[in-house]
Design a protein around this ligand. Structure first.
Ligand code: 5CA
Length: 440
């Protein structure tokens, strides 16, 4: 994209309404704009990040055997009356009436709807186990939306739901999902730790939340060093082998990890001193096993092998996709701006034309842009070099190709790596080869 013709409104001033780094940087880098309290519009650069995260989440959900669906954001109240949650959910639920005075709501989560969809079509034990997921907007009328997209009212969630025939089957899916989550976070370039959690309004008796480590996170976390060097990749764990899942789950649950609310000093004291780690973290995911809570309440049963009636054992699994954008920034930024992990960056490369209007510089910059059209943001504005340097650092492109008149005259560009600040002078070909984009 050409920055001169893009809706990427960077700002130099620090927005006064933003209390945390990621909120400030998302506004300053032109990723989002607030349209009402806790409700945000995603501008082109922000949307690219959101989509990149969603793509990684999707690939790992597919690999875990879940199938993608898309349910509506608006739900009939009758479904929630069946489960008994319509009254329980309280003021966080946005309730709507249509022109026929029918009660609707903007979904805060989808346990009831997915149970209804399965109830309509799945009748036999032979069709289970199954898992389905969607990446869809949710609305929760939070009393105090804050920290930008981290605690919004409208937010994008990946929510998955599973149906198994018995407890043992449900546990296998729960573990697969946990492994899929750890793989997702690894690919997103962040360290995440699963912790035993309360189940809240979703209910159930087994639950973990996933905290990613970020120095500015909202909760204090205590964990064993064992979490630091696990490789969650397919080379280490086969997601389709139950013995691998068991080994994985053993590492995740056999080592100490807790947020400050659940911190247990006795148990912590038993962790070897050189293995104790402390930090700050942000909750980005939450998974639940709740047995037959919804299937029984909503009368969804299948016929078992002996003709008996079985209520499927269910679980649900959430990742805050839009919160993840803020959380990644909390985990990876400096004084100058965002430092995107390569896997989610909106643009892999920023091309900085330091002398817009100079024939030789323009020609070279246009040539480089021509080669990198899909992955680059070309700063072709008639701005001072200083403004372009500052904005490129603010926007956090992993690589910058800096093109000035002196270098251009000799066929050279400067290549800068955002994360380390390293710069070197190279030919265009060498720069592209180094970034790994020569084939694009
Ligand atoms: N039904 C379950 C799992 S599908 C569920 O709703 N779980 S949840 O309430 O824990 O939400 C899942 C994830 O959504 C959270 O871990 C968090 O990352 C994200 N989330 C929840 N509330 C908000 C919010 N107000 N703003 C942004 N993200 C949120």
């Amino acid at each position: 994209m050409r920055l001169s013709q893009s809706l990427i409104p960077t700002i130099k001033e620090v927005p006064s309404e933003a209390q945390i780094a990621s909120h400030r940087l998302m506004l300053r880098a032109g990723l989002v704009r607030q349209t009402a309290a806790g409700i945000y519009a995603w501008l082109p650069a922000g949307l690219r990040v959101l989509n990149n995260i969603a793509d990684i989440v999707r690939e790992e959900q597919d690999a875990a055997g879940a199938q993608e669906v898309l349910m509506p954001t608006i739900q009939p109240a009758t479904l929630w009356q069946e489960s008994g949650r319509y009254e329980d959910y309280g003021k966080e639920m946005l309730r709507i009436k249509d022109r026929h005075e029918r009660d609707l709501l903007f979904g805060p989560t989808n346990e009831e709807m997915i149970t209804d969809l399965y109830r309509q079509s799945v009748k036999s034990y032979k069709e289970l186990p199954q898992a389905a997921y969607q990446i869809q907007w949710k609305f929760r009328d939070e009393v105090r939306p804050r920290f930008g997209v981290m605690r919004g009212r409208e937010f994008l969630m990946k929510d998955a739901y599973s149906f198994a025939l018995d407890y043992a089957g449900a546990v296998i899916i729960y573990r697969r999902m946990m492994l899929a989550y750890m793989r997702t976070f690894q690919r997103l370039g962040v360290k995440a730790i699963p912790m035993v959690a309360d189940t809240g309004p979703i209910g159930g008796d087994l639950s973990h939340e996933f905290i990613i480590l970020a120095p500015t996170g909202e909760s204090q976390v205590f964990y064993d060093a064992a979490f630091e060097d696990v490789d969650y990749g397919a080379g280490n764990f086969d997601i389709d082998k139950s013995e691998d899942l068991e080994r994985f789950f053993g590492i995740m649950t056999g080592n100490y990890a807790a947020t400050d609310e659940k911190h247990d000093l006795d148990a912590w004291g038993k962790v070897a001193e050189d293995r104790r780690r402390e930090g700050r973290g942000i909750e980005v995911g939450h998974i639940f096993y709740f047995g037959t809570k919804y299937s029984a309440a909503m009368n969804f049963s299948v016929t078992g092998p002996d003709g008996q009636k079985l209520f499927p054992e269910m679980g649900s699994y959430g990742i805050g996709v839009s919160r993840m954008v803020g959380a990644l920034i909390e985990a990876s930024h400096d004084e100058a701006g965002i430092i995107w992990p390569d896997s989610v960056a909106p643009f892999k490369v920023g091309i900085l034309n330091l002398k817009q209007g100079d024939a030789v510089t323009d020609a070279m910059a246009e040539d480089v842009y021509g080669k990198l059209r899909k992955v680059a943001l070309y700063d072709d504005r008639s701005e001072r070099a200083g403004v372009k340097f500052a904005d490129a650092d603010l926007m956090g492109h992993p690589w910058q190709i800096i093109i000035g008149p002196r270098g251009a005259a000799n066929g050279m560009v400067e290549l800068k790596r955002r994360a380390t600040g390293e710069r070197e002078e190279l030919t265009v070909e060498a720069a592209l080869a180094k970034i790994g984009l020569i084939a694009n």
